[in-house]
Design a protein around this ligand. Structure first.
Ligand SMILES: [Cu+2]
Length: 136
């Protein structure tokens, strides 16, 4: 039993190290729609696929990208975001982002909100994103 527990802990920490999440933030905007940004770093030598984001503080989370269409930047839902082996993907303003719809109650500046990152073939990764006023 003891050995099983140790093994479980070892396996969990190995998984936790496969992907590194940093700079997680949520734009503090008026209204109930906003975006979250973060940096994903794949530490493995295989690609990692982010398939979905979920959380309790809002009803809907979508993966989005910005594309130029008819001379205008438009948002587009993405099925997934691929993080290539040994590389980083920045979800940032003007690029890929996590779209958040129907925020249940107004966000508070500097408060951290839990987000669940659902990766293909990996356990759910729980992170916290800080609500901050947008710089631009
Ligand atoms: Cu969007």
């Amino acid at each position: 039993m003891k050995y099983f527990l140790l093994l479980t802990l070892f396996v969990q920490s190995t998984i936790a190290n496969e992907i590194d999440v940093s700079n997680a933030s949520i734009r503090l905007l008026p209204g109930t729609t906003t975006a979250a940004f973060l940096t994903l770093e794949n530490k493995t030598d295989k690609e990692i696929v982010l398939e979905k984001v979920s959380g309790d503080f809002a009803e809907t989370f979508e993966l989005h990208d910005m594309v130029m269409e008819a001379g205008r930047m438009q948002m587009r839902p993405l099925q997934s975001i691929i993080i290539a082996a040994k590389s980083k993907v920045d979800l940032k303003h003007g690029g890929k982002h996590i779209m958040i719809f129907n925020i249940k109650k107004p966000l508070t500046e500097k408060q951290e909100y839990p987000l669940n990152l659902h990766f293909k073939n990996l356990p759910i990764k729980k992170i916290k994103a800080q609500a901050i006023k947008p710089v631009f």
